[in-house]
Design a protein around this ligand. Structure first.
Ligand code: C2E
Ligand code: MG
Ligand code: MG
Length: 884
């Protein structure tokens, strides 16, 4: 349909063209008709019915200068010639048909009755009817005009339509040369990806690909020798070390300067400007240029004045300079621009793509090389279709990928990066919050463990000790008025009740009762419970009108009956009080110690309430002094052994002795054990002291045995702490082995406290084991202070004791009551029936002696017979009494 309309239009236009020109239509040009046969490259009609070709374009320009308009008719040459002669065509196009030289006299087989108008070599001719010489003249004149204006114009048309690469016609000499030189030594520029660069020592990029094409076409190897810099490559060319540089700027002067000659150019390089995205280009920009590059001298220095130039070692440095803002722009090859931006991660740089200047690239052949090589390479350059070069360039340029560093990723994906960063930050924050929460709950758990009595849920003494100073500071008014006091209350039989009711029930009852007491007595300001639930410390504010003692009595009264498991259970207490001094610098833990000291004072005195006073304070000071000096005293031998004789009541002879320690202190004076043993048992020093006493006794006995002097068994006191002491048995074994005394010459006096765990009121599990081992070492075991504790009789059941040492208190009560006397007698009997030696200590009167003898006890110790005396004194007496 379109074709039909077009044909109609052509007919109308042709008709109009034959009309005589009329006024107002001076510019309406005459229409001339041209017939053509489709000829690739020169004249053909494409699929969209448009015309193409070098001859077609030239014809159109001729039309301009002939002042005519051309219309075209496609048909075979013969049909067109018929139309020409019939007058329906003015010209027929005749192609050159690949003749080696253009026949200037016209085509060899010029059709009959035609004249020819030559369009030029490579184009062909236009034929006209032999009578149309006017047309030939006009056409030739137009051709001449075009050539006068632009002689190169026809060539540019040929280049546009015809450069397809020429056949590679090598002469026999050239083929022989290639056969004789199968390897040609070449170099290429380094460091310009994707144009030309090295990777793992292999040349890569556009030039390397072109060199492969050369190798294929010529059947030789182009060995590309790797080189680090452009400069050194040029040096090798100049020195004739290599045959060819494959990429050389097409400039003959530059080639001569390096002793080289050039092939035809095979590639055009375009240069584009590179600028910063974040800054507009100033009117007078500073330009970064690479010093060793030829285009710097050939182009940049020609365009920009020297004051605008900054020189750098290579292109990469130029790019970095622009990126840093040192220069405003630089120029790079269009094919390397993208790669340079990506590789350096210069995402702030860009190119507008506008080609600023161009140059050609040739191969440079060393003047030392055979000129034959140049001719061969020129033929090869002419042979390669420029389209092939374009494909090579394209495939390299398209393969440029961004260097995927984190920085580049962020730059290219700012939104996604922001989201990711936000996500990561969110995760970190959530993680931190979670950790903080864990830590908080862990800290709370730790705090709970450290400050609350397990199983009861009340604050412990550690908390109370810490809280006490704060609370005293908080109630400073009351403190100034002398109303504050610290109270410690401990119940008797606690361990028994705990065991009886079970720890949980017992703890619940104590907790309930404590909360009731503190509710009832709101002047109890703070309180803390001991871990064993045996005593409670309180900070109290003395209620108006009551004395301290009365206030303490109220506490005692409120707690006297505690229902446990619904059973009202009555408790008896020991209460210690210590007033908080009015002055500010109060040591809180000292107040607690003082209250405890006041409580300890009344134990065994049948009292309930003890109030701290200055005597106790002096005692405390003395204790502190003792602790200060005790180690020194032991080393200086200030602890002395006194021996108190034990007597056979039947014979009135010394049958043994007890070693009792004294402290002859230069600072504190002469002290009996009652002054310091309690303290040393609390601070652990008693352990050391016992070993000392034992060793002294062993030495004395060894010495006397050595001198063959009389000896009697000597007992030494052992604090209860030894039972739980680590290494006790090993130490005792070492002492036993060191002295090797006769068996049972040394007795160990143990009290019930050693074997009973007072928290549970049960026997220490390993007590039996320990006593057996001590006996096997040769020690005799004596049960000291028998009948003063809770479990004396029960202990006899299990422990292999040798001696029963009945306490003085039994003797005194036996004197006072018939029942006690009966008990004493039975105890003595019990001991004897268990094969134990039974001894009563503390005999002061002859009446007591008689009583004991009547009760069946035959060994006694007491002031009636002898006081504890220094060792020498004791042995002097022993030596006198023992019959030789
Ligand atoms: P204990 O083992 O029961 O020693 C007997 C205490 O009764 C001695 O007091 C002794 O002097 C005293 N005594 C002796 N006969 C009579 C008497 O007829 N009437 C009275 N009222 N008292 C008499 P001492 O020497 O003051 O020792 C007191 C306690 O100190 C000892 O009691 C013992 O438990 C402890 N002790 C003494 N020396 C040591 C020792 O080296 N190590 C350990 N761990 N404790 C020791
Ligand atoms: Mg004793
Ligand atoms: Mg005793």
């Amino acid at each position: 349909m379109r074709y039909f309309i077009r044909t109609i239009m052509l007919v109308i236009i042709t008709a109009i063209s034959f009309l005589p020109p009329c006024a107002g239509a001076e510019f309406l040009r005459q229409n001339l008709r041209v017939g053509f046969d489709d000829t690739a490259g020169n004249f053909w009609q494409g699929s969209r019915l448009l015309y193409h070709g070098a001859a077609y374009e030239l014809t159109e320009y001729m039309g301009t200068y002939m002042n005519v308009r051309f219309s075209y008719t496609r048909g075979s040459l013969n049909d067109n010639l018929l139309r020409l002669h019939s007058g329906s065509l003015d010209f027929v196009y005749l192609p050159e048909n690949g003749q080696p030289t253009f026949p200037s006299k016209g085509p060899t087989d010029l059709p009959a009755h035609t004249i020819f108008i030559p369009l030029g070599q490579g184009f062909g001719w236009l034929l006209a009817d032999e009578y149309r010489t006017d047309l030939k003249e006009r056409a030739q004149q137009a051709m001449q005009e075009i050539k006068d204006i632009n002689p190169l114009f026809p060539s540019s048309l040929l280049e546009k339509y015809h450069v397809k690469g020429h056949a590679l016609n090598l002469t026999p000499e050239e083929k022989a040369y290639l056969a004789a030189h199968p390897v040609i030594r070449t170099m290429v520029s380094p460091r310009q990806p994707p144009y030309t660069y090295f990777q793992d020592g292999e040349a890569q990029g556009v030039i390397a690909d072109i060199s492969k094409r050369l190798e294929n076409d010529l059947g030789i190897k182009l060995e590309i020798i790797p080189e680090e810099t452009q400069h050194t490559m040029m040096q090798h060319l100049t020195d004739g070390d290599i045959d060819v540089v494959l990429d050389f700027y097409t400039d003959h002067n530059w080639a001569k300067a390096h002793n080289a000659i050039l092939t035809f150019p095979y590639l055009t390089l375009n240069y584009v400007s590179v600028m910063r995205k974040d800054a507009t280009l100033p009117e007078v920009p500073t330009v970064a240029c690479a010093r060793p590059h030829f285009y710097t001298h050939d182009f940049i220095e020609r365009i920009f004045p020297p004051e605008q130039l900054r020189y750098y070692a290579d292109v990469a440095d130029c790019m970095a300079a622009v990126n840093r803002g040192e220069a405003d722009m630089t120029f790079v090859k269009s094919i390397t621009a993208q790669s340079d931006i990506y590789r350096g991660s210069y995402y702030n740089l860009y190119t507008n793509g506008n080609v600023v200047f161009s140059h050609k690239v040739s191969m440079a052949i060393s003047e030392n090389a055979d000129p034959m090589l140049l001719k061969i390479l020129n033929k090869e350059v002419a042979h390669i279709d420029p389209q092939d070069i374009t494909s090579i360039v394209n495939s390299q340029v398209y393969s440029v990928q961004a260097n995927d560093t984190l920085k580049s990723f962020i730059y290219r994906n700012p939104f996604m990066s922001l989201c990711l960063l936000g996500g990561v930050l969110m995760l970190i924050i959530i993680g931190l919050l979670y950790c903080m929460q864990l830590r908080r709950s862990y800290t709370a758990e730790l705090w709970h463990q450290a400050n609350v009595v397990a199983g009861v849920g009340l604050y412990n003494l550690q908390w109370f000790t810490r809280e006490l100073p704060n609370a005293i500071a908080y109630y400073q008014e009351a403190r100034k008025n002398g109303e504050l006091f610290v109270l410690v209350i401990s119940a008797q039989r606690m361990a028994f009740l705990k065991e009886f009711y079970g720890p949980r029930l017992f703890a619940d009852s104590i907790k309930l009762s404590l909360s009731e007491v503190t509710q009832k007595l709101p002047w109890i300001l703070r309180y803390g419970l001991s871990a064993e639930i045996t005593h409670v410390y309180m900070l109290c504010r003395k209620p108006p009108g009551l004395t301290l003692r009365q206030a303490a009595e109220q506490v005692e009264k409120a707690a006297r009956i505690i229902p446990i498991n619904g059973v009202p259970t009555s408790f008896t207490y020991h209460i210690g009080l210590c007033p908080v001094p009015r002055q500010e610098d109060t040591d809180a833990s000292l107040l607690m110690d003082n209250a405890m000291m006041a409580r300890n004072e009344i134990i065994g005195k049948n009292q309930t309430i003890g109030i701290f006073n200055s005597v106790m304070h002096d005692e405390l000071m003395k204790h502190q002094q003792m602790e200060l000096y005790m180690e020194k005293a032991l080393a200086a031998g200030e602890f002395l052994i006194h021996l108190q004789a034990k007597y056979d009541l039947n014979t009135r002879e010394i049958c043994g002795a007890e070693a009792l320690v004294r402290w002859q202190s230069p600072e504190l004076g002469f002290l009996g054990p009652n002054h310091f043993i309690g303290l040393f048992e609390r601070n652990g020093f008693a352990l050391k002291l016992d070993y000392y006493v034992l060793e002294q006794v062993c030495q004395l006995l060894t010495e006397r045995l050595k001198q063959k002097l009389p000896v009697v068994p000597i007992s030494v006191n052992q604090t209860g702490m030894h039972i739980s002491e680590r290494g006790y048995l090993a130490n005792m074994q070492a002492i036993a082995e060191r002295y090797k005394l006769p068996r049972k010459l040394v007795e160990l006096e143990l009290t019930e406290t050693a074997f009973i765990d007072f928290a549970t009121k049960t026997e220490n599990e390993n007590a039996l084991q320990i006593t057996r081992r001590l006996k096997s070492m040769g020690f005799a075991l004596s049960m000291d202070d028998f009948c003063t504790g809770y479990s004396s009789i029960a202990m006899l059941r299990n422990l292999p004791m040798d001696i029963m040492k009945i306490d003085r208190s039994m003797l005194i009560s036996a004197e006072q009551s018939e029942r006690s006397l009966t008990i004493l007698k039975q105890v003595i009997k019990l001991g004897q029936s268990l094969n134990m030696r039974v001894l009563v200590e503390g005999i002061e009167t002859e009446a007591q002696e008689r009583l004991l003898q009547a009760a069946g006890c035959h060994i006694g110790q007491g002031f009636l017979f002898a006081h504890p005396v220094p060792v020498e004194q004791f042995f002097a007496k022993l030596d006198q009494t023992v019959k030789p």
